[in-house]
Write a protein that binds this ligand. Structure first.
Ligand code: ATP
Length: 288
């Protein structure tokens, strides 16, 4: 087993009006890894690159130690992707879509498919054309998960899912990563879900990774601060993200790995109040 499910090194992809990267990130095997970013941050572009939808302009991507271009077939035999385009209309019924897809996958697990369908409230006889967006997302998830891929990549999988289905999905994802050779990478705007379920996250903004790490460590290493200071040079302090400044009143987020609270007070700040943040508050502060 490879200890690293995904290794991205110096990845760049340039479009006329958007550039992704350079991005380097490492997704450990046996984890749920979350990608967070505002609309247009580059999450889908990054996930698309893994599956060869357009070649990168620079950098490399390895899935379980295999280059995603040179070993495209092996990579695709071990990885499943659920993206935002969910049209299965041509298959008519859910049962037909399942019959069609399972034939490609020797590892297809019929009892898992049945269990997933039950927990998502999908029926074999459902007509795909009459499924809601959430219903088609559930079908896509069943088709991707039932053959037990080693690497499962989900682009916004909770879009359209109700609270019960979301709960079922995350409980399935947690079951998957109990097997340390299997890994889940997902992008989501549901930051509170990622805070609960993701082992690690990366925050993307304008094509770059702003910060990444173990979800709990990332949250614990940042503080919401309010203080007074007339020192405008604080704006350049490493790890201090200023949210508001009016006169000598500041509101900011501090990355305590880069500058400690003591380091800040040694600069003469006064009336300092510090409190912990949620992942969502950290995301909002860093990407505002
Ligand atoms: N094929 C393409 N040609 C030109 N520009 C593109 C192409 N694909 C994506 N882009 C641009 O790349 C940028 C990032 O888009 P992307 O879909 O990766 O963002 P995202 O983080 O997934 O956003 P969202 O949260 O809205 O899904 C956007 O500005 C988009 O217009």
């Amino acid at each position: 087993m490879n200890a690293t499910a995904l290794e991205i090194t110096g990845l760049e992809k340039r479009f006329p009006r958007f550039s992704l990267g350079p991005i380097s990130l490492s997704v450990p095997s046996g984890t749920i890894y979350g990608l967070i970013g505002p609309n247009g941050a580059g999450k889908t572009t990054l996930l698309d690159q893994i599956f060869g939808m357009g070649l990168p302009d620079a950098g490399s991507i390895q899935v379980n130690g295999l280059d995603h271009v040179r070993h495209e077939v092996e990579v695709k035999q071990s990885a499943a992707y659920v993206g935002p385009d969910l049209s299965y209309m041509a298959w008519g019924k859910v049962s037909r879509a399942i019959r069609f897809v399972r034939g490609f996958h020797p590892g297809w697990d019929e009892s898992l498919a049945t269990r997933l369908m039950q927990s998502f409230g999908l029926s074999a006889g459902d007509r795909i054309a009459t499924l809601s967006f959430g219903g088609r997302m559930k079908l896509a998830l069943v088709l991707a998960m039932a053959w037990r891929p080693q690497f499962l990549v989900l682009d916004e999988p909770t879009t359209g899912l109700d609270a019960h289905s979301k709960k079922s999905l995350f409980s399935e994802l947690l079951t998957i990563v109990k097997d340390e050779s299997r890994t889940v990478l997902l992008s989501s705007h549901q930051i509170s879900d990622l805070e609960r379920f993701a082992d690690q996250v990366s925050i993307l903004h304008q094509g770059r990774v702003l910060t990444s790490g173990t979800t709990s460590a990332l949250v614990e290493s940042h503080l919401q601060l309010e203080f007074r200071s007339k020192d405008l040079l604080l704006r350049g302090l490493p790890g201090l993200t200023v949210q508001e400044q009016a006169g000598d009143r500041w509101r900011a987020v501090l990355d305590t790995h880069r500058t400690s609270v003591a380091g800040l007070t040694s600069r003469g700040v006064q009336d300092l109040h510090a409190q912990p943040l949620s992942l969502e508050e950290l995301f909002l502060a860093l990407t505002q």
